[in-house]
Every structure is written in structure tokens, then in C-alpha cells.
Design a protein around this ligand. Structure first.
Ligand code: AMP
Ligand code: MG
Length: 422
């Protein structure tokens, strides 16, 4: 069965274009996201921030040899008296990279360092803090379990098993893990190409003098930053004036050159009418009023072969809608599986918040430890959707759900960290 088109699906009875709940909009978008399939083979350093396109299978046991987890001595565990001190004779040493060649016989022990190969015959390591050496005679305190402090070969990872599954985003830890297996190149999905432009007659580039009512285009910079952090290949198409012919040309060019097209501005009531007709000719786009603040108008759809996100013009709305809708969608298109969630967690709110029920609000907050050590959150001053300073000061969103009204100090609210969000 073929999937319904975007416009058809949005006309289904249970979608209200005039008041679309956040979760529903998110779920709607996800139905239409088909991850990239093109892959490339790259040296592992170049895989940082990219998504694995194939399982990484371990060609070796990790660790490759039975080794010591501690600095100490290796011996036969059965030689140690359970209830009394035991003295053994030290016959050699096994250091990391320099194993002991002989066999440990009854009554003997070998000096061993962390990571050193546990010599033949030995099965137990006693840490040096529980031993006393007098020349070649070493006395060990009682209470040692046979097998203690020994890491078995293959304990972390067996040869032939999947070390990292397809769909994993490669972070520094994954780079190290892949390198530890002796693998120098991996398959990743090709980067997602995202074209973006700002719309608005009032927008002027940096470096030009502002006339009355004109402002500098800031959205292209936040969008550039958010996309670059996410690992996308960006195509910045500048500012496009509110002119049908210019906009149509820009949309066509963007869709022809990218997997995803993102715009800011032009989706609010009035302006939307202006672009609606054009986008209906170029593709399939739905215009929503999301039951959220900020970020109420949002357009989503397809233009030619590209996905399209039409974000509102207000600078804070751009960032909120990007983090709440676009980020996850792009990660899914990039092949991430599962898409890492942006965790939310509870924190006590330090001040009173004004909030109207019936929509989800994403207030900008500062999360900090209170004097009692508990995490508390406070809003960053003025919350207007044009005030980027509130976004810059914030380290989290305070998410107030549809049902919530005014919040009294001390109430527990949901917060979502911004730091570390990719
Ligand atoms: P719009 O959604 O186009 O009606 O824009 C809403 C508000 O956001 C207006 O005050 C615009 O001037 C402002 N705005 C739109 N685009 C940008 C931009 N690229 N940079 C800064 N502000 C913008
Ligand atoms: Mg505009």
C-alpha cells in the first residue's frame, strides 16, 4: 500500500491545521522521513559526527589476552590460605607490552602491572596495597577470591560480534572504540545537504546601514550554527525578498541542490497566503498553526525531491522550532537509528511563570544548583520571541505542557538541556 501524500494526510479528519499539538506535528513529520541510503567509506577520523552505515564487527577479542586489572602480583589462587597471610616467591615480572615468558608454579608469583598479560599457570591477581614485598619474598593478606582482578580475553567484546550497530552516531568514544579494534576505515552515510535562506524585505546583510524598519538577518546565522553542529553540509542561499518570482526561483534552486530546504519567515498568516499558492505548485506543503509558544506558524512538506521546513521569522521561534521539530527529523534523515532523544527531566522552578493553558510553551531557562544542592530553574528575563538574548543566556528550555497554567515558585517543571544538544 502506498503512503498518502502529505497534503492528503493533513486533510484527514483528526488533523486540525489551526491548532496542531506539538507531539502530533512531530509524529506527522516522521511518517514522511526516508533516511539517506548513499554511503561512503572513510578513514575513521572523518567519521566523527557522521552516522555508521554498516555494523562495525569486531575482528578480535577485546581484550585480546587475559590481563591484570590492577598493579600487584599474579599467582595461583589456590596457593593463598583463606584465613592467613601467605608468602610466595617472586620469579619475574609482566608489564603491559612485556609479558612474562615462563609458567607460574605452586608457591610462586609474578609482579604484574595493569594491562600486563596474566602468565601461564596464574589465575589471580592481588593488588599491591594488599601485599608486602621483602626482596623476592612477597606476603599477601588473606581474603582473596580466586580469579580476582583478572580480565578474561574477549570479556568486553567477542571476536565476530557487533561492536557498534549501523545507525550509531560516531562520537569521540566510538572513534576510540573503532580504533581499539584495529579498524582504520568505516562506512558512513553521506552528509545531509541542507539549503536555507531567509525571507523578508526588511532584512539587510551585515555590513549594510539599516534604514527605518530594517534589521540585520540573524536567522541565517543561528541556522548555520545549528546545522553545522549537527554535521550537515550547508548551502547558505542568503536573503530572498518577499517577491513571488524571486522566492519561486530560490525554492526551485534549493530543492534541486539539497536534501532539505529550510526557510525562515513568510509562514505567518497573511504572508503564508503569498507563498502557499506557489508551494502548492512546486510540491506538497502543509501550513500549521502549532499549539505552542513561541513558534506558532510552521510549514512542512516536500518540494520536488527535498524535504521542506518553513520556520517562523522570529529569531527565538526559529531556534525553538528547529530544536523541537527539525533536529530530530534531520538526524533521522542522516540515518541515525535510534535518533538520540533530547532528554527532559524535572526541576523545581524558582520563580512564578505566567502561562496560558491550551498550548505548549518553551520558555528559556537557566538551570543551576540551589544552595541545598538541588537543581532549580529560573526563566531568563524577558521571553519575547524576538529576543535572542534570552536564548543566549539560557541553558535549557522550560517545557510547560498544554494543560499547565500559571506556575507558582517551587513547582516541579520539565526542563530540556540545550548544552550538548547537537
Ligand atoms: P515573519 O514570520 O516573516 O512575519 O517575521 C516575524 C518577525 O521576525 C518579524 O519581526 C521579522 O522582522 C523577524 N525576522 C524575520 N526574518 C528574520 C531574520 N532572518 N533575522 C532576524 N529577524 C527576522
Ligand atoms: Mg517576513
Amino acid at each position: 500500500m502506498t503512503k498518502p501524500g502529505i497534503a492528503q494526510a493533513s486533510c484527514a479528519d483528526d488533523y486540525d491545521l489551526e491548532s496542531m499539538p506539538v507531539d502530533k506535528a512531530r509524529a506527522f513529520i516522521h511518517r514522511f522521513l526516508e533516511p539517506l541510503t548513499a554511503t561512503m567509506h572513510v578513514p575513521i577520523r572523518d567519521a566523527l559526527g557522521r552516522v555508521l552505515a554498516a555494523d562495525v564487527v569486531s575482528p578480535v577479542d577485546v581484550p585480546s589476552h587475559r590481563n591484570s586489572a590492577m598493579d600487584g602480583w599474579a599467582m595461583r589462587g589456590e596457593d593463598l590460605a583463606p584465613g592467613a597471610e601467605t608468602a610466595l616467591e617472586e620469579i619475574g615480572a609482566s608489564f603491559a607490552g612485556r609479558p612474562f615468558a615462563g609458567v607460574v608454579a605452586p608457591g610462586q608469583c609474578v609482579r604484574i602491572m595493569t594491562g600486563g598479560v596474566v602468565p601461564a599457570g596464574a589465575d589471580t591477581v592481588v593488588m599491591q596495597e594488599r601485599a608486602r614485598a621483602d626482596g623476592k619474598r612477597v606476603a599477601f593478606a588473606p581474603g582473596v577470591r580466586i580469579g580476582q582482578n583478572v580480565r578474561e580475553a574477549g570479556e568486553d567484546l567477542r571476536r565476530g560480534t557487533v561492536a557498534l550497530a549501523k545507525g550509531r552516531i560516531v562520537r569521540p568514544a566510538e572513534l576510540g572504540l573503532i580504533a581499539s579494534l584495529g579498524i582504520g576505515e568505516v562506512d558512513v552515510y553521506r552528509p545531509l545537504r541542507v539549503a536555507f535562506f531567509s525571507t523578508g524585505d526588511e532584512l539587510k546583510p551585515i555590513g549594510s546601514t539599516l534604514g527605518e524598519g530594517e534589521i540585520h538577518d540573524s536567522n541565517r546565522y543561528t541556522i548555520h550554527g545549528m546545522l553545522t553542529r549537527l554535521g550537515c553540509e550547508v548551502l547558505d542561499m542568503g536573503v530572498v525578498r518577499d517577491d513571488p518570482a524571486l522566492l519561486e526561483r530560490a525554492f526551485r534552486e534549493a530543492a534541486a541542490n539539497a536534501d532539505v530546504v529550510i526557510t525562515s519567515g513568510g509562514v505567518s498568516v497573511g504572508e503564508a497566503d503569498f507563498v502557499k499558492g506557489m508551494l502548492a505548485r512546486l510540491g506538497e506543503v502543509v501550513f500549521w498553526k502549532i499549539a505552542m509558544k513561541p513558534g506558532r506558524p510552521l510549514a512542512y512538506g516536500r518540494i520536488g525531491g527535498a524535504h521542506f521546513f518553513g520556520l517562523p521569522g522570529n529569531p527565538v521561534s526559529v531556534m525553538v522550532t528547529f530544536y523541537q521539530f527539525v533536529r530530530e527529523a534531520l538526524l533521522k534523515l542522516m540515518g541515525a537509528d535510534p535518533v538520540p532523544p533530547s532528554p527532559t527531566f524535572p526541576a523545581a522552578c524558582a520563580s512564578r511563570l505566567r502561562k496560558a493553558p491550551g498550548r505548549t510553551e518553551f520558555q528559556r531557562g537557566v538551570l543551576a544548583r540551589g544552595p541545598d544542592g538541588a537543581w532549580t530553574v529560573r526563566p531568563t528575563g524577558e521571553q519575547g520571541s524576538g529576543i535572542l538574548k534570552s536564548m543566549s543566556e539560557a541553558n535549557c528550555f522550560i517545557i510547560l505542557g498544554d494543560a499547565v497554567g500559571d506556575v507558582e515558585p517551587g513547582t516541579v517543571v520539565e526542563v530540556q538541556f540545550l548544552e550538548g544538544l547537537v
